[in-house]
Ligand binder design. Structure first.
Ligand code: GAR
Length: 217
């Protein structure tokens, strides 16, 4: 079966991108990375993608001033040119217009560093600590016009430790991200989940039954 031609959109170091690239290096993985696109020319992830032999592109948002749709039309043109089926946002730090979201609706995933719907937006780890939650994590979801609000595909959780700072928590959540994004993309690209209604992803098969309790005793 043809593999799903996937583009990864990044803005920075691209560690989630690297996790997806590593997973897709297996020919049996149902998605192939056909493009890595950054909105920042200095994004560290670009070199990682190039070293992996992948096609990369830079579309610098700064060149478009305030015209967000023109910026997105340039991205869209590159996605079409590369015959992309699916877009994975991986630390892509630009808000998308309803036009772009509608164009890729149902075909665009994002990873967010919190257990959505808690802590949408930025500074999720500091806000989780301030709220005193005992369990925190990350979410992969479909992108909808509602920011960080689309149907959830996968989540990973871990305990918040008594001495955690935003930095230590971010580091451990990042490891969770690297685990759940390849899983979510594999499941999505192989049709293991389908979206029902506006906001629910139905899993063809679920295989997690472990309980996470924090504090444990
Ligand atoms: C990741 O933690 C990702 O969840 C987050 O940015 C980081 C990118 O790291 N994304 C967002 O906050 C989106 N709102 P990476 O470039 O190493 O993958």
């Amino acid at each position: 079966m043809a593999r799903t031609r996937t583009a990864i959109l990044i803005s920075g170091r691209g560690s989630n991108m690297a996790a997806l690239i590593k997973a897709a290096a297996d020919p049996a993985y149902p998605a192939e990375i056909a493009l890595v696109l950054s909105n920042r020319p200095a994004a560290g992830g670009l070199a990682v993608a190039q070293n992996a032999g992948l096609t990369t592109a830079v579309i610098d948002h700064a060149a478009f001033g305030n015209d967000r749709e023109a910026f997105e039309r340039a991205i869209d043109a590159r996605l079409i040119e590369r015959r992309i089926d699916l877009v994975c946002l991986a630390g892509f730090m630009r808000l998308l217009t309803p036009w772009f979201v509608a164009r890729w609706e149902g075909r665009m995933l994002n990873i967010h560093p919190s257990l959505l719907p808690s802590f949408k937006g930025l500074d999720t780890h500091a806000r989780a600590l301030a709220a005193g939650v005992k369990i925190h994590g990350a979410t992969v979801h479909l992108v909808s016009v509602d920011m960080d609000g689309g149907p959830i595909i996968a989540q990973g959780a871990l305990p918040v430790l008594p001495n955690d700072s935003a930095e230590t928590l971010a580091r451990r959540v990042l490891a969770v991200e690297h685990r759940i994004y390849p899983t979510a993309l594999r499941r999505f690209a192989s049709g293991q989940n389908c979206v029902s209604g506006a906001d629910e992803v139905i899993d063809a098969e679920s295989n997690s039954d472990r309980m996470l309790v924090s504090p444990a005793s």
